[in-house]
Structures are given as C-alpha cells and as structure tokens.
Design a binder for this molecule. Structure first.
Ligand code: ARG
Length: 285
C-alpha cells in the first residue's frame, strides 16, 4: 500500500540516540466506575461483559509506565455514573497553560464537564474558557510544535476550530474524519515529536488526506490492522511511544525511525472505544 522507507527528511534518519524524552504532565482518571452502559461509538457493544478489575490493572500499568519515564501524573477523581470518565483526554484542551473546557456531543458524557471545570479551577489554571461550540478536548485537538491539529466530522463541531484558534492564538489545521470507528482525531493520528506524526489515512476525507500528505510527507502511516487495534491512539514523549502491543506493524515502523515503542495491553478499555491516548490528557505548558 505504501513504502515506509521512502521518507527522505532528516527526521527519518534520526537514530535512537537522537530521540530525547521531554518530561510531560498528564491528567488521568482511574477507571473505578468504568462500564459500557450506552453506545455512542461502534466499539461500544452493550451486551459484552466488562471486567472493571482488569480495566484497572491495565490502566495502572499505563500510569506506571509514564511514571517510569519520569512524567508527572495528576489525577482527577472518578465520578459514579460517568463510565467514560477514564478517557480524560476528552475533558479539556490545555495549551500554554490556557484551558479550553470540553462541551460533549452526547448527553451521556455531559456530566463530566463539571468535574473537569472544578479540577482546573482548584489549580494554577487562571485562564479557563467555557466553550461556545461542541468540542471533545484533546480527543479532537492535538498539539504540534507549530499548529493545533483539529478533528471534526463526528464529535467536535468545526466551528470550534475557529474558537480554539482565537483562544490559543495558534493556527488550527482542520481535519475531517469519515470512518465512524475513528470518531476522534486521536484515534486516527498521533503526534510523535515536534512536527512528526503518524496517522491512518483511510480515516480522513480526501481533502484532509491531501493536506496531511503536504504538511507531513514523512509521516509514519498506519495499516488497517494497526488502526483496528487502536494502534494510532498512542502517546509519545519524544522518545518513548506508548501504544497497544497488538499494533505490531507500527511498533516496527516506529523503531525504524529511532523511537522506542512501548507496547501495553489496554484491551478492556477498547470495549468502550478508548485506548492509550484517550486515557491521557496532556497538560501542555
Ligand atoms: N466511549 C467514549 C466515547 O465514545 C470513548 C472516548 C475515547 N476518547 C478518545 N480520546 N478518543 O466518547
């Protein structure tokens, strides 16, 4: 389908030694009340049993893995009756310490907003913005060195991109998602380093694919098999890329670029259509 070795940029030639971990700050929410009690994406099958203890064990290993790499982890208290709250990436977008709170598409998740609002208000975040338009936080907003990549098509309203651009003073590159299985931008694209990304082309409209090709000609491309195990829903600290262990093709492609892929098992959370990145809200700057 494509040749991952055609990359010509200097990024491609970087070796493992040149990949540097930049310490990060993440906000996570333990899956204490995790469940699938409604269905708002194609992964959520109501009659599949959920093992909360297993979800907790998998989440804890993700949490411990970040700690091991030296990252700072903040926690938000889970709220009973909000089974998707473990997916903290959706709670807000934080860029240069400025917070754009989420406004969820479906009523089932709207109750999460109050918890995130309170969390940010109780901390050093002085600039908190109540959104006018629907946006599902860093599920649909990904920060690169130069831009904010904004997803739309299923959850975040495209008008929110203008709102985010004005608030953060950064150009938002609008990308349209077309496959309902990859309903948030972070299920189809991950930022690996300053201006390096990986993505799953088939999840995007033809226009957005053309845009991504132009902006990121050396991007790592995910295969169907990678995308189906949520392999693109990954978190990179510039050196380690934490992703589902089942994403074997991506794991070797990333290694080929000098990253250190770290495979984890997050299968229980995938039953709600969530993965590694969904559980991780990066508190940028
Ligand atoms: N069940 C959740 C939903 O459909 C999963 C959210 C996943 N989060 C993410 N950042 N992709 O809203």
């Amino acid at each position: 389908m494509y040749d991952e070795f055609t990359g010509t940029g200097s990024a491609y030639l970087r070796t493992a030694a040149a990949r540097v971990t930049r310490p990060r700050r993440y906000l996570m929410c333990p899956p204490t009340f995790f469940d699938v009690t409604y269905s708002i994406n194609p992964w959520m099958e109501l009659n599949k049993p959920i093992d909360v203890d297993l979800a907790m064990t998998q989440w804890e290993s993700l949490h411990d893995c970040y700690r091991e790499f030296g990252h700072e982890i903040e926690l938000i208290d889970p709220v009973e009756g909000l089974p998707d709250m473990v997916f903290s990436a959706n709670g807000a977008t934080v860029v240069d310490g400025v917070v754009l709170l989420a406004k969820f598409r479906y009523h089932e998740r709207m109750g999460e907003v109050a918890a995130y609002r309170e969390w940010f208000a109780a901390r050093e975040y002085k600039q908190r913005h109540e959104p006018q338009f629907i946006n599902e936080g860093e599920g649909d907003y990904l920060v690169t060195q130069r831009w904010l990549l904004g997803g739309t098509g299923f959850r975040t309203d495209r008008h929110s991109h203008r709102e985010a651009q004005a608030l953060f003073g950064r150009t938002v590159i609008s990308l349209t998602l077309v496959d309902p299985r990859f309903y948030h931008l972070d299920t189809a694209l991950a930022v690996l380093d300053d201006d390096e990304i990986m993505y799953y082309p088939a999840a995007f409209s033809p226009g957005s694919r053309a845009m991504l090709r132009e902006l990121y000609p050396d991007a790592v491309l995910a295969t169907d098999a990678d995308a189906e195990v949520f392999g693109v829903n990954a978190v990179s600290d510039g050196r380690h890329v934490v992703l589902p262990q089942a994403a074997t093709h991506l794991i070797s492609a990333l290694r080929g670029r000098g990253f250190e892929p770290v495979g984890v098992d997050i299968s229980e959370l995938l039953k709600a259509g969530g993965g590694v990145k969904c559980c991780t809200l990066e508190l940028h700057g």
